[in-house]
Design a protein around this ligand. Structure first.
Ligand code: ATP
Ligand code: MG
Length: 399
């Protein structure tokens, strides 16, 4: 066995010593078999949350109603979830209630896809009642049981299937695909936050083009915020070859294809429940991309944009123009690093200095003059030194 499972084996052992069953389950087992980096290991157990809390001194209640307790153990934390079946589903969303059970196979049965419905014990032995290993070998995404029933129970699974196409470069099994097409409208009932979590992962996956193509072919895109009626624009996205773009860069590229004004872009991002931080970042990237498409970077633009935005914008500029000149990004960042100032705070002169020197009150002139000073410093016309700036300003004030 390998890390991060190894460190978690004692957690399974403790539960077993207390008389319960415990296994690794879900995405970590799948990724282990795929030789992919393993993020978090999830643990499933026959112990109820109360019993789990009795076994471990340090726990946090993070989802008791779903049977999940966070166990703090040896500097790490593990989500330990009681075997459960999901009760009646309401409106194609998550179940209102879950029932705790003592049987692993039943727990695996409620999981979405066969590749995600395997368990591994502390010795590395696999428990695979739904042939998940074969599905992984054949790169197949297939629901556990009847796909229509499973998508009716929780329509997010439709989105998850497409997300896994992108993330794993797997294909969707025929019946699962047919059900997905037929039941695409059920996605209407799913909370935007849950759709976004899947779409984020879809956008940064290796197979994003295949996944986007499926969204278009199945009309799933019609049930995603701001994307209905945008088929042509989404197809435009498929014409770009982008690798190694970050999540927000991919969203920016998608928004670039939608060609909306900044106000509509902001509404789009709000509808998708983006954080204020991400909205700002994406709007900024898009504004500089538009600028970059009509002109080269000026020193002042580099200064105003800042390192992270320069990098994102230039990456997108190369993608949009189908260029493969990544060295340009390093050159620009180097140029940025050598700028004598990076922020207005770095300027050796303040607004109060200027008001004092010119004997004037604040007003628009102040901002204009500060910009002039910034530009002069950046262009090397004056050193970033209070006295030198004062001297330099003298002839300026006469014209
Ligand atoms: P990732 O690598 O992105 O974390 P994951 O498969 O681990 O992928 P999670 O959302 O972490 O996805 O879910 C953990 C496990 O819980 C899944 O592997 C699956 O067994 C089960 N699961 C998650 N969401 C659903 C769902 N909507 N319906 C049924 N089972 C689900
Ligand atoms: Mg996971």
């Amino acid at each position: 066995m390998i890390e991060p499972f190894l460190s978690a084996v004692p957690v399974l052992k403790r539960l077993e010593e207390a008389g319960f069953e415990a296994y690794f389950v879900g995405g970590s087992v799948r990724d282990f078999l795929l030789h992919k980096p393993i993020s978090d290991v999830d643990i499933a157990t026959s112990a109820t949350p109360k019993e789990v809390k009795r076994v471990f001194p340090k726990t946090v209640d993070i989802g008791i109603e779903h049977g999940t307790v966070l166990v703090l153990f040896g500097q790490k934390s593990y989500e330990v979830t009681t075997f459960r079946t999901d009760g009646a589903y309401e409106d194609f969303r998550r179940p209102k209630e879950v029932s705790f059970i003592r049987n692993l196979t039943e727990d695996l049965k409620r999981r979405d896809f066969t590749m995600n419905a395997m368990a591994m014990d502390k010795t590395g032995q696999l428990i695979d009642p739904y042939n998940g290993q074969l599905a992984i070998k054949e790169k197949r995404i297939q629901t556990v049981g009847n796909p229509k029933d499973r998508f009716h129970e929780d329509a997010l699974r439709i989105m998850r299937a497409v997300r896994f196409v992108s993330q794993l470069s797997f294909h969707i099994e025929e019946h699962t695909m047919r059900a997905l097409k037929e039941l695409a409208p059920l996605l209407k009932n799913i909370a935007v936050e849950r759709k976004k979590a899947e779409f984020d992962k879809l956008l940064i996956g290796k197979g994003w083009k295949e996944a986007i193509t499926i969204l278009l072919e199945t009309n799933l895109y019609c049930y995603l915020p701001g994307l209905q009626n945008q088929k042509k624009q989404i197809e435009k996205l498929l014409s770009y070859n982008s690798e190694k773009l970050t999540k927000n860069e991919m969203w920016s590229l998608l928004l670039f294809c939608l060609q909306q004004d900044p106000q509509s872009t902001e509404t789009f991002l709000r509808d998708w429940r983006f954080s204020v931080h991400d909205i700002k970042e994406i709007l900024r990237i898009l504004a500089y991309v538009e600028r970059r498409l009509v002109q080269e970077w000026s020193l002042y633009d580099l200064y105003k944009a800042g390192r992270a935005t320069i990098q994102s914008v230039e990456k997108l500029f190369l993608v949009i123009n189908g260029l493969d000149e990544v060295s340009r990004i390093a050159q620009l960042l180097d140029q940025y690093d050598r700028l004598p100032i990076k922020d207005r705070k770095d300027v050796d002169v303040t607004g109060s200095d200027l008001m004092e020197w010119f004997g004037l009150n604040g007003g628009p002139w102040l901002k204009e003059m500060l910009v002039k000073i910034e530009q002069a410093i950046l262009a090397g016309k004056v050193r970033n030194d209070k006295q030198e700036i004062k001297e330099w300003l003298k002839p300026c004030s006469q014209n």
